[in-house]
Design a protein around this ligand. Sequence first.
Ligand code: NAP
Length: 253
Amino acid sequence: MSLTNKVVIVTGASSGIGAATAVLFAKEGADVAIVARNQSKLEAVAKQIQEYGKTPLIIKADLSKEDEVSSVVSQTVNHFGQLNILINNAGIAVEGSILNGKVLQAYDEVMKTNVRAVLQLAMLAAPHLIKTKGNVVNVSSAAAFTTCRTPTLISYYVSKAALDHFTRCAALELASSGVRVNSVNPGPVDNAFLDHSGFGAVDKYKQGLIDGTALGYMATDEEIAGVILFLASDKAKSVTGSNYLIDNGYLLK
Ligand SMILES: NC(=O)c1ccc[n+]([C@@H]2O[C@H](COP(=O)([O-])OP(=O)(O)OC[C@H]3O[C@@H](n4cnc5c(N)ncnc54)[C@H](OP(=O)(O)O)[C@@H]3O)[C@@H](O)[C@H]2O)c1
């Protein structure tokens, strides 16, 4: 699945799925722009990418802020000359339920990063993706398909359901311009997402998450990156508007 001469933006590339995706795309020959807030973590990922002979463009940006999102695409195109693939992976979960009175606060915070930034980046990227007949992959979640299993994470579930519907709507709007839009929807992934969202180390929840899957296994970041790579590649040229579940059978139980 060679991506030689392709230019890719990966948001949330400072850790987890985004970091694994940026490294995998570089390994396949792509030039990558890596976006997140944490400069030192981005630099560590850049070092891994350099092992494959590629020098990534580091873009330090807080995607919850419209003015910081606004230059991500232009910086990438100015640096690499074009844009072929946009991977909207950055995401957060914030606790707040109807009954604890914090649902609006959590909703506003989560939607800014998980949905609004995605819409803004898609709008800014579209003219460039039309030129290259490129595509967008959004990193959603199995949470988009289920009822809210954790009531305090209601905003996260809502954000991922919104992201999936955006994926379908954007796919339809951009199809006649030759641009595909898809999402990858992981179930539990063995990484630090829960820790980063303030829930503590995944080890605390790990057995419950594993037991929640039919296959008795949590996916790795690299496995999710592999599905993102497939959807972004020409092998998936007939796939658009799809929400690709990779959850070890989490939704079967
Ligand atoms: N882990 C799971 O079990 C799982 C399951 C299903 C879906 N997902 C989805 O997978 C995606 C990636 O998460 P992950 O599992 O790899 O966890 P992660 O390691 O916490 O990655 C989240 C990434 O998003 C970035 N980010 C968060 N807020 C940001 C902001 N305001 N501006 C810019 N970047 C921001 C973080 O970087 P900085 O902190 O450096 O900004 C980090 O690179 C998320 O959309 C998540 O919802 C995860």
